[in-house]
Design a protein around this ligand. Structure first.
Ligand code: NAP
Length: 430
């Protein structure tokens, strides 16, 4: 057997402790699979005395995670602290500069600095593994880099945030409003006390930028992601979605268009008949379309100690067996910077909900605003009749350009009979 692979682990929280637990519990299996042992040589966290439910007796303790990253007695630094800058970035940079392989679950760091870190890793001839950063336990990056490597990817899209998917699933099941379900998710530990990164779509956007980079060979372009969260999705929209044959999901989507790379995270109406509509609760799923393979979908747990540890250790096994490859599938120097395809050029169908005064002529005014922008309506639902009172009017459109849709909505929003800003949700076809 080869010499053990020596690991230095920075961060002993949910994922750090989960990773150490997996390394201990499955030690024999891992050694058989890569021909050597994986041993935890050194660890670092903030609080040395905290109980973490794992045996750290054999590991050297570092108060300073950056010093741990430079420890000459380790081969791989595993960064599980988190954050796009600060200590996590210093740990990863220091490790790479010292010629150590790095494995991380840190999507925020890679979404902001992934290309530059990949470049540094290549200069030093070491691996930068980040499978755990995208959809936790789902091995989507390996699938893109290896199993699907023969394809031009035409579209990648997925449910990339379990907190949002849990909230939307619960809203649909219970008919309750967003704030109510968010509070429940917080009580159950599915949402952070400050949930904004999740519910405002930022976490999903970090993951999408990484997915798009691997799928399309693009420089990681987080700034190019259009981001909308789920705060404005109402119980009424979820009810109408069901009536129209859709479910509402927060999706991350990327594709190449004639205008460049389109990357977007926003609530979508997806047909109830499509597999992704049935991915419920905290589960994640990613669908890839390749020019030869067609559609492939992977579903699983996108977070949590054990699923995320599964992805971290898969990267470690590749390093141990010396079969790792470029993190972004191609050398950093081969990554392209494509133009961002602007949302105004997005082509698709739309769901629109209006709260209107039930009065003769209202529908004609709405139809006229759509006609003026050449937006073709597919169907319209007017719920209930209450002359002189507010009633919801819902319509869906055929495919149209977003700029036209936005102009039509601006006009509709100015009508005196329309009482609230129009709510628009994009419809995604599969
Ligand atoms: N949780 C998930 O399900 C999940 C899934 C996928 C990816 N990730 C990513 O994995 C990373 C870790 O997430 P997590 O949920 O495990 O976080 P966490 O539970 O908050 O753990 C963070 C760890 O970092 C340590 N730490 C903080 N500042 C430090 C410093 N200056 N020096 C040394 N250690 C420091 C903390 O020490 P103390 O314990 O002493 O406070 C803690 O052990 C993040 O990048 C996250 O985005 C998480």
């Amino acid at each position: 057997m080869k010499a053990p692979l020596r690991l230095a682990i920075a961060g002993l929280g949910t994922v750090g402790a989960g990773t150490i637990g997996l390394l201990a519990r499955n030690a024999d299996l891992l050694a058989r699979r890569c021909g050597r042992q994986l041993i935890v040589n050194a660890v670092s966290a903030r609080n040395r005395t905290k109980a973490r439910g794992v045996d750290l007796a054999a590991a050297r303790w570092y108060d300073d995670a950056v010093a741990l990253a430079a420890d000459p007695d380790s081969d791989v630094v595993v960064e599980l602290i988190g954050g796009s800058d600060g200590i996590a970035r210093q740990v990863v940079t220091t490790a790479l500069e010292h010629g150590k392989h790095v494995v991380t679950a840190n999507k925020a760091l890679l979404a902001h600095h992934g290309t530059e870190l990949a470049r540094l890793a290549e200069q030093k001839g070491v691996a930068l593994g980040f499978e755990a950063a995208v959809a936790g336990g789902i091995p989507i990056l390996k699938a893109l880099r290896e199993g699907l490597a023969a394809n031009h990817v035409t579209r990648v899209c997925g449910i990339l945030n379990g907190t949002c998917n849990f909230i939307l699933s619960q809203m649909r099941d219970s008919g309750r409003e967003f704030n109510d379900v968010l509070a429940e998710a917080q009580r159950l530990g599915y949402a952070e006390s400050d949930p904004s990164f999740d519910i405002d779509g930022v976490d999903a956007a970090h993951k999408l930028a990484l997915l798009a980079a691997v799928a399309f060979g693009n420089i990681v372009d987080f700034a190019g992601v259009h981001i909308e969260g789920i705060r404005h999705v109402s119980a009424l929209d979820i009810e109408f979605a069901a009536e129209l044959g859709y479910r509402i999901k927060l999706l991350g989507l990327a594709r190449l268009t004639e205008h460049g790379l389109e990357q977007r995270v926003h609530p979508c109406m997806v047909p109830r008949t499509t597999p992704i509509a049935h991915v419920e609760g905290v589960f994640n799923a990613i669908m890839v379309e390749g020019d030869f393979v067609g559609r492939v979908m992977l579903e699983g747990r996108g977070a949590g100690a054990e699923p995320t540890a599964s992805a971290v250790v898969a990267d470690l096994l590749d390093i141990a067996a010396e079969r790792w490859s470029y993190g972004f599938a191609v050398p950093a120097s081969a990554l392209q910077l494509r133009a961002t395809s602007p949302m105004t050029r997005h082509q698709g169908a739309y769901y629109v909900r209006l709260m209107v005064v039930d009065r003769p002529g209202v529908i004609a005014d709405i139809a006229a605003a759509l006609r003026d922008e050449a937006v073709s309506m597919e169907q319209m639902i007017q719920r209930g009749r209450a002359p002189g009172e507010a009633v919801p009017v819902v319509l869906t459109t055929h495919d149209t350009e977003e700029a036209s849709m936005q102009r039509a909505l601006d006009q509709i929003g100015k009508l005196k009979t329309v009482l609230e800003p129009p709510r628009m949700i994009r419809i995604e076809q599969f």
